[in-house]
Design a binder for this molecule. Structure first.
Ligand SMILES: *Cc1c(COP(=O)(O)O)cnc(C)c1O
Length: 369
């Protein structure tokens, strides 16, 4: 039996290089609560990413929930239906009503053209997603936010290391939230972070991820336990040493797919925004009517041969039971997102994907074998 090929596989640095970190943790017995590795990873990540302040979290979802809480967001928030479900879940966890707005057919990001008509007196913020690490139209979104007095919180789970117009993409908006889940470009097994512009905001976020404790006896808010532990942070430090080579290995996979799929009728590959770097975290293709079989048939054909591509994002968040009753979730209002979600397929991409495995994938797509 051949081993399955998953859509992604975490990049694992050499195990022997992780042992010294573990020895230090064993020795110090400092396991969590802003330990030395946690502090070091916050510093090194802020420097690597080119941002001022960053607060580590145990995962991206708790970071999203806390980001909203830190800015006291209430009422309604405009967001995209074309994302991982945690984006909208973070709103429900704060008793906020998600208002879905359709996406742009080229970038698959929230369509700025359609944001204004979704704003009501209850709207307090916009939560866009940099889908596949492709930057949102950050300037246009900020203009709308400024005109209506709204906050902008980016779900930047896909946007690790992305630079836009020569600067970190994560500097846009009021806050950006990263995920370091095992399936992401940079991982700490589970993990995440909030990027924020000033020390005061970081302090509030740090309180909130530690139950709201401001000092030993003062609790300033109903915070949550969102702390990243020392083993996670240590793994992040080690991973960070290899991140550039991991991303460049992904780039090679990306280029081979692009060449291999260049002239197949009915298959189109996703294009990134100009002025932006890429992290090659996903390789999405669209399977349309000119291809001999449907998207789902191709998905199944690959699966039958042990190749587990993923339909990211299908179904839409707005089609899930806890959201589909919302007026903004009506399929007629989200035609672009609906169409993309029915034709999208993300192919396996990760640093260790072998040439022969990639060739097998390309052969199947080319020939329907
Ligand atoms: C992965 C992901 C999340 C959730 O992050 P976790 O670290 O798994 O909690 C949120 N939003 C998007 C767009 C994601 O891809």
């Amino acid at each position: 039996m051949k081993k399955n090929i998953y859509v992604t596989q975490p990049f694992m640095p050499p195990l022997e290089e992780f042992i010294p970190y573990l020895s230090e943790i064993w020795e110090s017995k400092w396991l969590t609560n802003a330990g030395p590795f946690h502090q070091q990873l916050e510093r090194e990540l802020a420097e690597y990413l080119g941002v001022e302040h960053l607060s580590l979290f145990t995962n991206g979802t708790i970071a999203l929930v806390t980001a909203l809480q830190s800015l006291r967001i209430t009422g309604e928030v405009i967001t995209t239906p074309y994302s991982f479900v945690a984006t909208a879940h973070s709103l429900l966890w704060n008793n906020i009503k998600p208002v879905f707005v359709d996406i742009d057919p080229v970038s698959f990001n929230l369509d700025p053209e359609k944001i204004e008509s979704a704003i009501t007196t209850l709207t307090t913020a916009i939560m866009p997603v940099h889908c596949y690490g492709n930057p949102c139209e950050v300037e246009r979104i900020q203009k709308i936010a400024d005109a209506y007095g709204l906050r902008v919180i980016y779900d930047a789970a896909h946007a690790f290391g992305i630079r836009y117009k020569g600067e970190s993409l994560l500097k846009h908006g009021d806050l950006s939230v990263l995920s370091f889940h095992a399936t992401k470009v940079f991982n700490t097994f589970e993990g995440g972070a909030i990027v924020c512009p000033d020390a005061k905001t970081k302090q509030r976020i740090d309180y909130l991820k530690n139950f709201g404790f401001a000092d030993e006896v003062t609790v300033v808010a109903p915070g949550i336990n969102g702390k990243m532990n020392e083993v996670q942070a240590a793994f992040g430090l080690l991973q960070l040493r290899y991140i550039d080579s991991a991303i460049s290995a992904r780039q090679h996979v990306d280029e081979r797919y692009r060449n291999g799929l260049a002239d197949i009728a009915g298959i189109s590959v996703f294009k990134s925004v100009t002025d932006s770097t890429q992290n090659y975290s996903y390789f999405p293709i669209l399977v349309d009517d000119a291809y001999p079989m449907s998207r789902d048939a191709l998905y199944q054909l690959l699966k039958d041969q042990g190749i587990l591509s993923r339909r990211y994002f299908y179904p839409l968040i707005s089609e899930m039971p806890m959201y589909r009753g919302l007026p903004s979730a009506a399929p007629g209002r989200l035609p672009v997102a609906k169409c993309i979600s029915e034709h999208i397929l993300c192919l396996p991409i990760y640093p260790d994907l072998s040439l022969s495995d990639q060739d097998r994938i390309l052969d199947i797509i080319r020939g329907g074998r």
